[in-house]
Design a protein around this ligand. Structure first.
Ligand code: ADE
Length: 246
């Protein structure tokens, strides 16, 4: 079955954008996934087709109206009752590989792209929408964030990546950054590929990679270590719990 993405946006021309090329573009041509857009402005009710208004309480910018967005969301919910609806906003829960995996394992996703100062909060109370952020910085709108999320999902769909890149070793799959990679030439600007990688000893290579993944994560992303802790580490093989001893 085709994994179906629907994007609610004021800028449908931004899609599929980069997702029409390379891995995602080929997968779309093979109908592994599909993408359609909904123009939020089509749900406006005035002759100016306005979708926003000034913020209650004052302040800069404009706020997207809950009533207009709800009409657009309801239309999508009706069309695809099973698919989760996300809204891209810096106020959302941080996107991570676990959420990407969950979404890719489902039938698809609908994504509302925020613009302006934000979305009227009552929309999130009145509709089952999961707010999602792609990081602690502010984009000019949710569209680029939606493209990011879709790219991360699509590459996990069955048949999109080659068998060689099943993804088990990738960054974040084990709660760590991935180990570093090297390829020819053997020596570049005086720097050699680590000797162990040329040894042909698969156990040694795996151990080196595991140790580099742990070391680099500790240096670059101590927050990942703190979050995953020792839960990530499998028990030593053959180890038995004290209680199990006879
Ligand atoms: N819209 C603006 N900034 C964003 C962010 N960091 N994540 C998701 N959507 C956004």
């Amino acid at each position: 079955m085709t994994w179906a993405a629907t994007v609610l946006t004021l800028y449908p021309e931004m899609f599929p954008g980069p997702l029409g090329l390379s891995l995602a573009g080929r997968a779309m041509a093979q109908e592994i996934w599909s993408l359609d857009t909904v123009q939020i402005r089509d749900f406006a009710t005035d002759r100016h087709r306005s979708v926003d208004d000034t913020p209650a309480g004052g302040g800069a910018g404009m706020v997207m109206r809950a009533d207009i967005l709800a009409a657009a969301v309801d239309c999508v919910l009706e069309r695809r009752p099973g698919a989760p609806i996300l809204a891209m906003t810096p106020r959302g829960r941080p996107l991570d590989q676990a959420l990407v995996r969950d979404l890719a394992a489902g039938s698809g996703v609908s994504i509302l792209c925020g613009r302006f100062e934000g979305i009227d909060e009552r929309l999130f109370e009145g509709r089952p929408i999961l707010p999602v952020s792609i990081g602690d910085y502010v984009l000019s709108g949710g569209e680029v964030a939606a493209l990011t999320l879709l790219d991360a999902c699509v590459r996990l769909l069955p048949g999109v990546m080659g068998a060689a890149s099943s993804g088990d070793d990738e960054s974040f799959e084990q709660g760590l950054l991935e180990y570093p990679h090297y390829t020819r030439p053997l020596i570049w600007e005086g720097r050699r590929i680590p000797e162990v990688l040329r040894s042909g000893d698969h156990a040694k290579i795996a151990a080196w990679r595991a140790s580099r993944a742990a070391e680099d994560t500790r240096l670059r992303r101590p927050d990942l270590i703190a979050r995953h802790g020792d839960a990530r580490r499998p028990p030593p093989s053959g180890a038995r719990h004290e209680e199990e001893s006879d």
